[in-house]
Design a protein around this ligand. Structure first.
Ligand SMILES: [Zn+2]
Length: 273
């Protein structure tokens, strides 16, 4: 199959950022084997798509609102680090007009039966929800950040969103400032389940990061770098906190007054979990 689609600069730029993030995740050891996934809604930047005669790959329960939409996705079973070759480790798909399935228009190792991420349905739900909310977020990143995962195993903090967020925020002003809506804890649910994808959609309506208990993090951004930054900064707070515990002391952290001062000075949303 020859590529049906010629990518414009905006699409190339969005995919280049995904490649960059794939390298970051691998270097941080947050993307072992084929761990994690990444999707970009390219519908706005690729408005005129070619007609394809490729077989529509059927997918059950696709939302009708996704009909005609176009996404770059990491491939199922592909490695994040291999996104340096995005046409091999990823693909661009178009959802057909009846939302019964998709056609591969670009990448996918040139195969029309190439499979995008197994999280296709949940990523599409997240990306549609962002549009419906009027958000400019067009990218979803899921990865396995060590310290956030460790903190989600904490017998108390892993069950208490207020304490979890305070532990991260109090370690560094930038964590409060750049993860302003905080982390929403999603109790353990099986990967790929409808319950998990629905809980993630709800979580990201009001938080910057959805933290899947004992599994990993999901964030959205205008592009892959913005989504990555949210997880990276949140994880920094968790890492500093756990580093203090590992050194044998409970950190003082920023005081309530100092956190309130940051909130006021930078017009940050108040904590509500
Ligand atoms: Zn995962």
């Amino acid at each position: 199959m020859t590529p049906l689609l010629t990518l414009n600069d905006a699409a190339l730029d969005a995919i280049a950022k995904a490649t960059e993030v794939g390298q970051f995740l691998w270097q941080r050891e947050w993307a072992e084997r084929n761990g994690g996934n990444l999707s970009i809604d390219l519908t706005d930047v690729l408005p005129s798509l070619p007609t394809s005669t490729a077989t529509v790959q059927r997918v059950a329960k696709l939302p009708l609102a996704a009909a005609g939409h176009c996404y770059f996705m990491k491939g199922s079973g592909e490695r994040m680090r291999d996104l340096v070759r995005p046409d091999q480790a990823g693909c661009i798909i178009r959802i057909d007009d009846q939302a019964q399935g998709y056609q591969v228009l670009w990448g996918g190792r040139g195969r029309e039966d190439y499979k995008p991420t197994s999280e296709l349905l949940s990523h599409i739900k997240l990306l549609l929800d962002a549009r419906q909310r009027g958000s400019s977020d067009r990218c979803v990143v899921h990865t396995h950040p060590h310290e956030l995962i460790m903190l989600s195993h904490h017998p108390l903090l892993g069950k208490d969103a207020t304490a979890f967020n305070l532990a991260c925020w109090k370690m560094l002003p930038e964590v409060r400032a750049f993860v302003p809506r905080g982390v929403r804890l999603v109790p353990y649910l099986r990967s790929g389940s409808v319950a998990l994808s629905d809980a993630t959609v709800t979580a990201l309506q009001t938080a910057d990061v959805a933290m899947w208990e004992k599994h990993g993090a999901v964030a959205m951004g205008t592009d892959a770098l913005a989504a990555f930054d949210l997880i990276d900064v949140a994880n920094k707070g968790a890492r500093l906190y756990l580093g203090c515990l590992a050194s044998g002391f409970e950190p003082d952290g920023l005081s309530d007054a100092q956190l309130l001062d940051l909130q006021t000075a930078f017009s940050l949303p108040s904590a509500s979990f």
